[in-house]
Design a protein around this ligand. Structure first.
Ligand code: GLA
Length: 581
């Protein structure tokens, strides 16, 4: 069996020095029918290894569940890597950051009173133990020393930026070993002395995360990892976007020059990302360093392979650099994207949430204000009735993350966490008060990870606290099914589902343009493409070819605000928005 080890100065594969030239590909951000294509293109760029995180919350939406179906089939993904003749690195967290909802930590974890995440705390450790047992059961037989592709695993993620509980890190290492992980383990930290000190532990090889000033950063890493190979576990070659911000790009030439400098030192690298993919569904994370900034749906990352897996200028620049340090395979011709098919489709048959709420979920009663976590929803209608004088002010502790306010079905306004909104004046004090609340993605970095979502109290209207509430938790997965049991309404204000039929001669990758829409979610043939928002930067949503069909297809849109133009436009190229404000 091949043997992979950490030597005095190098990684050693079968006893010979081995420079890892890896790229990050997140299986959970790519349609499984496209894994082989993306892996093959990564190989053609000259990579010898593919790295992936494992998202705990996606595999375990509820405690005791470990879903490995479809896009979550980690074993199949690793087998695809092996079939391409590449090695693999697995980073199962438990925390992964990654611009992923809650940094991968399940929301249910935080509902246990007294739980202490990312530290040596019994309730947390028990849950982590259950999760890692499942993941490592998959990875164990796929390690290099068992004939599989997995060279090494990472424990935790940039732990030194969060805490300094070495007992916790040691416990994790022991768990990995107890579960039969025999290949080397590493930690990763940003190349700051305090972070490398707090995030590393003796006996586990330290690596760094950075995208510039590589030689200097490797020197800092060397101070903390005196022997063995140096590795940049995250060579940031682009960046992610927030709603309302610019689309981030980096110069292909400058990124390639930096990669050249890094590889010339002999260090190993994991390019983050070689292909970013898409935050399908409601999986995006967010940042909040004083201002809440949810991450967009596209995770293109300005990576060498774009969101549709097509090689970019950065792909060719990186391949040319890698060719100076390692053999690269010959390149085939890559087809150019064709013209968008002529498709005429119109969104129609509206079903307005406030007209047919009973079709969208089941009502529950509460004698105090629940959070979205209490009702297990990411999108919900909150309802109460008011009987007050005048035009009272509605105020609350915080809105997480966006609430549309209606009085007797008439729109009053929007409370947005990103704008620090905490109060709104109601036009009158009597009537049915509805708040339609969206969790726009949990923070994935820093202290606000794990906080409850929804309307956070105290909530007051005038001087009173509403005595009772009704909630309607909306299962967004069921929105494409609404028409089977519900008659259309008239189009109107507030959240409304629409659908459009369209026909294709072949099922190839497409983008749907979203710039004529407001804000909401879209599905094709029941597959949730993710969120759209007119504020951009992105104005297209990626539709993977495998979810399309030759023949009849269906687009469903849940528009929260307004849909001024029902015509649907498709494109074969993305529009990720302006790169500057
Ligand atoms: C850090 C994290 C990654 C990711 C990047 C930014 O390095 O470790 O998970 O969040 O930042 O893309």
């Amino acid at each position: 069996m091949p043997d992979f080890a950490i030597g005095e100065s190098d990684f050693l594969l079968d006893g010979k020095p081995f420079q890892i030239i890896s790229g990050a590909l997140h299986y959970f951000r790519i349609h499984p029918d496209q894994w082989a294509d993306r892996i093959e293109k990564a190989r053609l760029m000259g990579l010898n290894t593919i790295e992936t995180y494992v998202p705990w919350n996606a595999h375990s939406p509820r405690r005791g569940v470990f879903d490995t179906s479809g896009m979550l089939d980690l074993e199949l993904f690793l087998r695809r890597v092996a079939e391409a003749g590449l090695h693999a690195i697995v980073r199962p967290g438990p925390y992964i950051c990654a611009e992923w909802d809650n940094g991968g930590l399940p929301a249910w974890l935080f509902r246990e009173p007294g739980v202490g995440v990312r530290r040596y705390e019994p309730q947390y450790l028990a849950a982590v133990g259950e999760y890692l047992t499942e993941v490592l059961r998959i990875v164990r037989p796929l390690q290099t020393d068992q004939g599989g592709p997995v060279l090494l695993l990472q424990v935790e993620n940039e732990y030194g930026a969060f805490g300094n509980d070495s007992t916790y890190l040691k416990w994790l290492v022991e768990l990995f070993r107890a579960q039969g992980i025999t290949v080397p383990l590493v930690t990763v930290d940003q190349p700051e002395d305090e972070m490398l000190s707090a995030g590393g532990i003796d006996g586990v090889h330290r690596t760094g995360s950075f995208g510039s000033r590589s030689v200097e950063r490797l020197a800092t890493l060397r101070n903390h990892q005196p022997t063995g190979p140096l590795m940049c576990m995250e060579f940031w070659d682009g960046w992610f976007d927030d709603w309302g911000g610019p689309h981030h790009t980096t110069s292909a030439t400058e990124a390639a020059t930096e990669l050249d400098a890094l590889l010339a030192t002999g260090a190993s690298v994991n390019i983050y990302m070689v292909h970013g993919g898409t935050n399908f569904g409601l999986t995006n994370g967010a940042n909040d360093k004083g201002v809440y900034r949810p991450t967009v749906t596209s995770y293109d990352y300005d990576a060498p392979l774009d969101e549709a897996g097509r090689p970019t200028a950065k792909f060719h620049a990186f391949r040319d650099v890698i060719a100076r340090h390692a053999p690269v395979p010959p390149l085939p011709d890559f087809p150019e994207p064709g013209a968008a098919p002529e498709i005429t489709a119109t969104l129609g048959e509206p079903i307005r949430l406030l007209d047919r709420p009973d079709s969208w979920g089941t009502w529950r009663g509460h004698d105090s204000l629940p959070t979205l976590d209490d009702i297990d929803a990411q999108f919900a209608l909150y309802r109460t009735s008011l009987d007050l004088e005048g035009s009272p002010i509605l105020q609350l502790g915080e809105v997480r993350d966006r609430a549309q306010v209606f009085l007797d079905g008439d729109p009053v306004g929007v409370l947005s966490r990103a704008d620090h909104d905490r109060a709104i004046t109601l036009p009158r004090g009597r009537g049915r008060l509805d708040l339609i609340v969206e969790d726009q993605g949990r923070v994935n970095y820093g202290p606000r990870i794990g906080e409850p979502k929804g309307l956070i109290g105290p909530l007051q209207v005038g001087a009173t606290t509403p005595a009772s509430w009704q909630t309607l938790a909306i299962d967004l997965n069921a929105v494409p099914e609404l028409w089977t049991a519900t008659l259309p309404t008239t189009a109107g204000v507030g959240p409304t589902a629409y659908r459009a039929a369209f026909s294709l001669t072949e099922a190839t990758d497409l983008f749907v343009r979203t710039d004529a829409w407001g804000k909401g979610f879209a599905w094709v043939n029941g597959f949730c493409l993710g969120r759209y928002w007119h504020r951009g930067p992105q104005h297209t949503l990626y539709i993977p070819g495998p979810v399309l069909r030759a023949g009849a297809n269906e687009l469903v849109v849940l528009e929260l605000d307004t849909l001024p133009d029902p015509a649907v436009r498709f494109s074969t190229v993305p529009d990720l928005g302006p790169t500057e404000y």
